[in-house]
Design a protein around this ligand. Sequence first.
Ligand code: ACO
Length: 330
Amino acid sequence: MSLIENVKIKARADIKKIVLPEGDEIRTVKAASIIRDEKIAVPVLIGDPSKVEATAKEAGADISGIEIIDPLTSEKAEGYASALYEIRKNKGVTEEDAKNIVKDPMYFGIMMVKTGDADGLVSGAVHSTGDMLRPALQIIKTAPGTKVVSSCFLMDGLKEDIGHNGLLVYADCVVMPCPTAEELAHIAVSAAGTAKKLCGIEEPKVALLSFSTKGSAKHELVNKVAEAVEIAHTLAPDLELDGEMQFDAAIIPEIGASKAKGSSVAGHANVLVFPDLQAGNIGYKITQRLTGCDAVAVLQGLDKPCNDLSRGCSVEDIVATVALTAVQAQ
Ligand code: ACO
């Protein structure tokens, strides 16, 4: 069974309310209809109801029974504006600004999640990654014990002998352009948590990647990864985590055994942490395009789950991301 099929089963076991701020977008209404029919979550569409209904009609999607909320007329808007003002007043946001900000469906949806009126949010079929991320970072903020919000790509359908039965977790491929050693350590620990929660990997084996394995090359970039390994060990002493190591040393047992003798992670890693966003983003796209594997992204480290879609996403991608978000919310 694929990762997403498993995640859908988990989502159905404890149904969560997931808000979709791009309610008048054609793939989103189709996805909402499937999510309701398959009982993956309770979807809520944000937007002008007449536009949402017209989009659904055009899409041939039955959205009857799905809640549609218009931020311009919602009775919740005032309370959300007050809450947003309290959160952002020290950043120069006035009460008047806050009233205007919550008229934006993206911010309205984020306030639903912040206040507990929804359990999670999925957006990005229309918004860019930055425009989706910023409200979540500003308002939902990081979970206790985590210093950074980052991401994982769940790479499913690789060769069976790679990672966890053909599944690898890649971090961070979306959020942090240039993490410090401390931030990299937090990304690694969060990624292990994501691997457990969403992928059923009971014992994550986390490799921090570099162009060097255990001191084979000397460079300040290598030092940063080695330092991150040290910090991660103090953050999560029981986690199987090692580095710095090259990609082949991380996933190929014979190479891991020869380049990183005695490491229980080398050769058997199922969570791969890239040293920066350029490497991570390029790395996941190379893997996806050359192997044809499934690649689905989730954010990690947020206090409540919000996830980003690619603007090129399919209806099935939205359904899958909602299922993942619902499980994160459990
Ligand atoms: N974790 C926690 N908080 C953060 C993080 C983070 N990683 N990054 C920013 N913040 C906080 C800031 O502290 C700030 O909080 P404050 O306003 O309360 O003080 C708030 O978020 C906004 O931060 P800024 O630095 O002003 O936001 P910025 O404009 O730099 O945007 C962003 C942050 C959007 C994450 C930026 O780093 C970015 O654009 N990242 C790359 C996104 C991207 O393009 N990814 C690749 C494409 S996606 C794909 O291919 C699938």
